[in-house]
Each structure stands twice: as C-alpha cells, then as structure tokens.
Design a protein around this ligand. Structure first.
Ligand SMILES: C[S@@+](CC[C@H](N)C(=O)[O-])C[C@H]1O[C@@H](n2cnc3c(N)ncnc32)[C@H](O)[C@@H]1O
Length: 242
C-alpha cells in the first residue's frame, strides 16, 4: 500500500486539531470590543481553518450573522460539522479569502493574512467592508532585541517577519489606520501547541514514514517555540480604512 502524500500527512496531523494556529477567545473578545462590532453584526472568519474562532463568535455573538471561509476542503468540512448546531446563522464555505463579498462589519483573520500579505489583503477587503466596518488580524511579530532562540524559530517558520513598526507600515500602505494592537504571547500559543503535542503522541505509534516525517517537523517547531516561549508573538491588529 502506498504511503500518504506530504499534504495528506499534514492534514492527518492538523485537520482534527481544535485550532490550526495560535489564538485565544479572550483576544477575540478584545478585538470585538476595540472594533466596536455591533451585536447584530455581519462577520466573516477569513481563513477559518477548522472553525475555532467561528465557534467562539457564534457563541459570544448570538445575534450576529457569521460567515467562515477557508480554501482547504478538510478544514471546511471539520468547521461545517462543528458549526452545524447554529443552523443558517453560520455559513461555512470553501473559497478564497482574498475574494470576499460582504458587506461585513468585521473581517476577522487569525493567523492567515500572511498567505496573502497584509497590504494586499486589506486592499482587497476594502470593498467587502460595511460602512464603519473593521478588520482584525494576527500576524507574526518580532519583539525588540530577540534572542538567538527567537531568531531561530522565525528563521524557519516565517523568515519574512517584521517588527511592530513593519506591521504598521504595511497597514498604512493599504490606507488603513490602527485602532488597537495587542501582543499574543504564551497562552495563545499553548492553545495551539499543547493539543498538537497530544495529537502527535496519539499518532506516533502507527505512523507511516511520511506521517512520521510530518510529526517530526511539528515536534521540531514546538521545541523551537519552547526555547523562547515568552518571545514568540503574534501582533493582533484592529484596523479601519481611512
Ligand atoms: C494557520 S491556519 C489558521 C486557521 C484558523 N484561523 C485558526 O486560527 O485556527 C491558516 C488557514 O488559512 C487558510 N488559507 C490560506 N490561504 C487561504 C486563502 N487564500 N483563502 C482561504 N483560506 C486560506 C488555510 O487553509 C488555513 O486553514
């Protein structure tokens, strides 16, 4: 029998995780409050993965209409199952988050905007925002005076990383202003990596060679994070078009 492809091995590890990137529901609450998102808002979770934040939005905003979009069919399927109890109020679909219709009061994008680029995404999303609409997104951020361990982590995970000033520049280049910024360090990353460690341990005994390689890669990433957990940060940005 042939082994899993690299993509299949990746999805075997990631598709059943509660979330596919760092995040915490408290940070989402902070963003909604800074954005001033109304109770009856129309919100989209762009790059929703398996729908961790879509679920928080659906629970915390019972009067909101929520869309969720992801390009990966396996994540879309997982999110659809998870959000089914909310009925038509929450719509999860496969699609390209660069092409949103709206109009949305809030475009939420956790750990996914780097696939498009901040300036490009914000430019594309302008026409999908309602009057007074906001975008909240998270992006890797290099903290001041990084240790070698922090540099090592990012040199593998995201060599294009900038500091906070670089993130603000990319926001400004799209003609947006910053309403609030918050660093995600520690808990948001534990929410991602601790369940992943458990998943790796459960898959390890029967792992085929390609799955074992995917598990090794994920373990190495977690080990690099553990070497500098108080320095590995996402900047959570709430921005509005000028
Ligand atoms: C690191 S994961 C984050 C998922 C989720 N937001 C979370 O925090 O758990 C990034 C997600 O972006 C999705 N993605 C990447 N490019 C995309 C695009 N152009 N349109 C829609 N989804 C995209 C990937 O499939 C993946 O699910």
């Amino acid at each position: 029998m042939s082994d899993l492809t690299e993509d299949e091995a990746f999805l075997t590890l990631y598709a059943d995780l509660a979330r596919e990137g760092p995040g915490a529901s408290a940070d989402l609450g902070w963003a909604l409050s800074v954005a001033g998102t109304p109770a009856q808002a129309h919100i989209v979770d762009a790059g929703c993965g398996s729908g961790a934040d879509t679920l928080t939005l659906a629970k915390d905003r019972p009067q909101a209409r929520i869309d969720a979009v992801d390009k990966t069919p396996q994540f879309v399927e997982a999110a659809q199952k998870r959000l089914a109890p909310f009925g038509d109020r929450v719509q999860v679909r496969q699609g390209d988050m660069a092409r949103l219709d709206g109009p949305y009061d809030l475009i939420w994008c956790a750990g996914a905007i780097y696939f498009i680029g901040i300036t490009q995404a914000l430019t594309a999303w302008r026409s999908a925002l309602a009057n007074g609409g906001r975008v909240a997104f998270s992006e890797p951020c290099m903290l001041p005076r990084p240790s070698q361990a922090a540099r090592d982590f990012w040199s593998v995970e995201y060599p294009q990383i900038t500091d906070m000033a670089g993130i603000r520049d990319r926001v400004a280049q799209a003609g947006y202003r910053v309403l609030g910024e918050n660093l995600q360090i520690g808990a948001a990353w534990e929410n991602y990596y601790l369940p992943m460690e458990r998943r790796i341990a459960s898959l390890r005994p029967d792992a085929s060679p390609s799955l074992a390689a995917a598990l090794d890669k994920a373990e190495a990433e977690i080990a690099r994070w553990r070497a500098a957990p108080s320095e590995i940060a996402y900047a959570l940005m709430v921005v509005a078009p000028e």
